[in-house]
Every structure is written in structure tokens, then in C-alpha cells.
Write a protein that binds this ligand. Structure first.
Ligand code: G6P
Length: 373
């Protein structure tokens, strides 16, 4: 009902705007007084954590993209391999699982049957399963060895938004805890990232407060487009795929998200006059070699007539020269940028669906939680 939506046009609109809170609440209570991470709640011994030599993330849909983001951060911080696999593929291909493997099952609802079957399989093979879940007492955490809850609050809209940012935060907390226990990072380094994470709710709020108009402009401009391409590199790659998924789910537009480096290996053939291309641009600071490469991807698609929509860091003048529209994000470390970069993409999909007169919260053919395999 309208009252439950609290004045928002849709649950999706409301949930997009709850993201600063979702991030803040998911960080809350996970540190002790000295600033060290404290994950007593997961009830896995520190020695067990130290023995883990591989992490496999299993999930579906948006949760799998959160897992892909987490892989970049956790491998960088903890120096152990992290695989990310769609739960339904993992379950039926005889994956390698040992007692030293930690399987991380990410699920908003905790009821996705594909993910549940995969976690059962992992436990039967003797691996430990830790759930990252938004729903207290649901099946996935109940059947896991341990759980780290995301505190995004109930998510009603079918297209996932606030659960995604909360999943990234929870996976990052887990990764930093691993680094602390395994000693792969100095205390001060961990502390610095934690402080940056704590600054993210205000940065997300800033995007929400300032980017509405450009998002609307881009949506109006590309309303009649038959397809969209989304591209990004590094953590921008899963963000591109998540942005593409949002648009498929609620605006029924054909989209593809891919790694920007792959452009020249195929997708550029799709670029024609007027094709909208959304590009996630990494920070230019810190001599980031990927920045120049992504800028040249924008140039290449633009030279072929694409309508270019960039998501870029405030102050990035190179982008201003090459993109038709820019969704600006405040400065933040690269690994944390998905938390702000996804926001305008969610708003963009919502605007497109609204302009097409579609039901934003209940898209055709989709269920919030898929409880069949
Ligand atoms: C369904 C929903 C998606 C969601 C996926 C995984 O397909 O429509 O939005 O990402 O399930 O759901 P989960 O509850 O496991 O995160």
C-alpha cells in the first residue's frame, strides 16, 4: 500500500533511498572498542579461519554480482583464491571442495533453491558454509555453519538494490576479518579501509541528492533504444553487469554487461549510431592504469556514434570531454566504488521503467525469491 511506501513512488524508489542506512547498519556492531573486527557472531574458530585456503562464493542474480565485487577485494587483502560461481552451475559440475574450503552463500531472501541445493552439496563434501543473508531465520542461514547477516531491512521490490550494497559491505567485513586473523594486512591498513567504509553512507546520500537530473536526462534520451551495452573494468565489471541486469529486469530492454577490455574482442561490432553505452570509469588518481584504458573505450564507441553515459569520479576532466552524460560519484578508494557507482544505474533503470509506464516493483515473469530449482 501507499502508506507502507512512506510517500515514495514505489518500493524500489524507497529501497534505493534506504541504501545509506543499509550500509551503515551492516557495519554496525562488527568492531570492538579498539577498532578490531569482531565476528564472534559467526561462531567459527579463528584457527578454522586460518586454515582456509580457498573461498568459493555461490549465489544467483544480483547476489552473484556482489560476490564478484568481493572477489577483487578479498583476493587483494587476504591473498587466497576466491572463486565466484552461479549456484546452479556449481552444484552440478563436481566442484573441488575440501575441509579447507570456505563456501560463502550470498542470498537476500535466504530461500533461493538453487543456492540452497549448492550449499547442501558443499556441506556433504565436507566444506564449511558461511551465509551472507538479509533474512533472519530463513533456510540458507539455518542450513549453514555460520551466518553474517546484512542489515538492509526487508526488501520488497523484485529488483534488488539495497541488498546488493549490504552484501558487498558484509563480504568486505568478512574479507577484512580474514586479513586480520591471517595477518595479511597491518592493523592500520584495515583501520583505514574501515574508516572509508564508514564514510560511504554519506557518499551514497550525496549521489542520491545530486544525480537525479542527469539520470532522468539520460533515460529520456535513450527511451526508444532497443538495446544497451554496459562496460566496466576491475570492480566496475560486475557493476556493469548489475546495471545491465536492472534494466533487463524492470525496463525489459535487451542489455549486456561486459568487461571493457573485451570490447575489441567482439562487442564493438554491436555499436552503431545512437547505441547507448554505459561506462563505469575507474578513479584517475593514484596512477590508475585502467583509467586511461577505459577512457579510450569511451572514445572508441563514441567514434562509432554511440550515445555515451559515464559513471565517473568528481573532478575527472577526461570524462567530461568524451561522455554525452556523466553520473558523478564522490571520490573513494577503487575497491569501494561499486557502493556509489551502482546507485545511478539503479535510478536509471527505475526511470526507464517509469517512463515506459511499467510496474517498477513487480516486473513480469519474475519472482522476488525463486524457491524452485
Ligand atoms: C531472483 C530475484 C533477483 C535475485 C535472485 C537471488 O531471481 O529476482 O533479484 O537477485 O533471485 O535472490 P537471493 O534472495 O538469493 O539473493
Amino acid at each position: 500500500s501507499a502508506s507502507e511506501k512512506g510517500g515514495w513512488a514505489s518500493f524500489m524508489d524507497k529501497e534505493i533511498h534506504e541504501q545509506p542506512q543499509a550500509v551503515a547498519d551492516t557495519l554496525l556492531g562488527r568492531f570492538n572498542l579498539t577498532g578490531d573486527l569482531n565476528l564472534d557472531e559467526v561462531r567459527i574458530d579463528e584457527d578454522v579461519f586460518r586454515s582456509i585456503d580457498k573461498i568459493i562464493v555461490i549465489a544467483c542474480g544480483t547476489a552473484a554480482y556482489a560476490g564478484m565485487v568481493a572477489k577483487y577485494a578479498i583476493e587483494h587483502w587476504v591473498r587466497i583464491p576466491v572463486e565466484v560461481e552461479l549456484a546452479h552451475e556449481f552444484r552440478y559440475r563436481d566442484p573441488i571442495l575440501t575441509p579447507r574450503t570456505l563456501v560463502v552463500a550470498i542470498s537476500q531472501s535466504g530461500e533461493t533453491m538453487d543456492t540452497l541445493m549448492a550449499l547442501r552439496h558443499a556441506r556433504e563434501q565436507g566444506s564449511r558454509v558461511l551465509a551472507i543473508c538479509n533474512t533472519q531465520g530463513s533456510s540458507i542461514p539455518r542450513e549453514s555453519d555460520a551466518v553474517l547477516y546484512t542489515h538492509a531491512g526487508p526488501e520488497i521490490a523484485v529488483a534488488s538494490t539495497k541488498a546488493f550494497v549490504a552484501q558487498i559491505v558484509a563480504a568486505y567485513v568478512l574479507g577484512l576479518y580474514f586479513a586480520q586473523v591471517k595477518g595479511t594486512m597491518y592493523h592500520d591498513e584495515i583501520r583505514k579501509i574501515v574508516d572509508e567504509l564508514r564514510a560511504m553512507p554519506a557518499k551514497i546520500q550525496h549521489v542520491l541528492d545530486t544525480q537525479g537530473e542527469s539520470v532522468r536526462e539520460a533515460a529520456e534520451h535513450s527511451l526508444d533504444a532497443e538495446s544497451f551495452l554496459f562496460l566496466g573494468r576491475h570492480v566496475g565489471y560486475p557493476v556493469a553487469m548489475e546495471g545491465a541486469l536492472k534494466l533487463k529486469e524492470i525496463a525489459y530492454t535487451f542489455t549486456e554487461g561486459f568487461a571493457a577490455g573485451e570490447l575489441k574482442h567482439g562487442p564493438i561490432a554491436l555499436v552503431d549510431e545512437g547505441e547507448p553505452v554505459v561506462i563505469i570509469v575507474p578513479p584517475a588518481r593514484g596512477r590508475n592504469v585502467l583509467h586511461a584504458k577505459v577512457i579510450s573505450a569511451i572514445e572508441e564507441v563514441r567514434a562509432r556514434g554511440a550515445y555515451t553515459i559515464a559513471v565517473a569520479e568528481e573532478g575527472d576532466d577526461d570524462v567530461r570531454d568524451y561522455a554525452d552524460v556523466v553520473f558523478w560519484r564522490p571520490q573513494c578508494p577503487t575497491l569501494l566504488s561499486p557502493l556509489v557507482d551502482v546507485i545511478p544505474l539503479q535510478l536509471f533503470a527505475m526511470n526507464m521503467a517509469e517512463l515506459k509506464g511499467l510496474d517498477v516493483d513487480k516486473p513480469r515473469n519474475l519472482a522476488k525469491s525463486v524457491t524452485v530449482e
